[in-house]
Design a protein around this ligand. Structure first.
Ligand code: BG6
Length: 299
């Protein structure tokens, strides 16, 4: 069966590939390709809506903000870090399958303001998220509609917070990310302030900051990025569109151990590469639609 819903989890299957999506946050929390899991999700995190916390892993959707809210702006002041899309219950709007295996299978999810959302966020919006499993790739596409008939633009950030699972025996410090050379980035790891911008001088960026922690926002990153695991002779290719920026994050051992829903030494098993629209905010006029997404494939 190419698409199946059990409780609040949708599973798509295509040959030996599967993708699992929780209605909580429309969060893709598992993607197996060639019979191997390609995403990290902490075993201490629940994918079900009965646990209100965001899923610690997979690909949470950060919307309408990335990072902590700007408390001086009343539009966002009541939001939590990374916004409400990742914790809200989405609706499965439909599944599309064709007879052509190369076309794969798609599930489309929808989020509109609920009472709980309206209590913390006043803007009208319509989000759609398409999860498209093909034989050799997984595409995730977010669209945002401003349904307002007033003149106000809908202002937002958006980011797909992908936790890429490392092959066995590979640690974050072994991961090489390209091509980030000469991009401007802001470093969020102390003593840096997360705001000061500096140029990336390395040709190949290894995921190994002070004490193992890396948390950087790269602005205007190329649309084709690669995470290479040289020890395993593997490459994950991330092709993005509509998402100009990219975050590289791993908390390292000290911060990782303090994350409540992180499994034991979980931070050793993933690197987050998070394509996003961070700066400046998108201003979407009434009646307009914005789209952004990623495609994940392998060498
Ligand atoms: C990253 C941020 O995108 O998400 C980090 O750059 C943050 O600063 C991380 O720690 C995880 O955030 P959260 O809210 O899921 O713990």
């Amino acid at each position: 069966m190419p698409a199946e819903t059990v409780q609040d989890v949708v599973t798509l299957t295509l040959g030996t590939s599967t993708v699992q999506v929780a209605l909580k946050g429309a969060t893709v929390f598992s993607y197996t390709h060639d019979g191997r899991e390609r995403l990290f999700t902490s075993s201490k995190s629940s994918v079900h809506a009965s646990d209100p916390a965001a899923i610690r892993g997979g690909v949470p959707i950060c919307w309408p903000i990335f990072g902590p809210p700007d408390l001086s702006n009343p539009l966002y002041a009541q939001l939590k870090q990374h916004g409400f899309a990742r914790t809200s219950s989405w609706e499965l709007e439909g599944v599309q399958e064709t007879d052509d295996a190369a076309e794969g299978v798609k599930a489309i999810f929808k989020l509109e303001p609920t009472e709980a959302i309206q209590a913390i966020y006043s803007q009208p919006f319509l989000l759609r998220y398409t999860v498209h499993l093909r034989p050799y790739s997984l595409s995730l596409a977010l669209s945002v509609v401003n349904p307002s008939d007033a003149i106000a633009a809908l202002a937002f950030q958006a980011l797909l917070h992908a936790y890429f699972r490392l092959p066995d025996g590979v640690l974050p410090a072994d991961v090489r990310v390209t091509p980030l050379e000469s991009l401007v980035y802001a470093d969020k790891v102390a003593p840096h302030d997360g705001k000061t911008k500096q140029p990336e001088r390395r040709k190949v960026v290894d995921v190994d900051g002070p004490g193992g922690e890396v948390d950087r926002v790269y602005y205007r990153a190329p649309d084709r990025l690669e995470l290479a695991f040289p020890a395993a002779d593997e490459v994950v290719k991330v092709r993005k569109s509509g998402l100009p920026d990219a975050v590289l994050w791993n908390p390292g051992p000290a911060k990782g151990a303090k994350i409540g829903d992180m499994e034991d030494r979980g931070w050793e098993r993933y690197v987050c590469l998070e394509p996003g629209l961070i700066e400046p905010f998108q201003f979407l006029d009434p009646g307009k639609t914005w789209e952004g997404g990623i495609e994940i494939s392998f060498n």
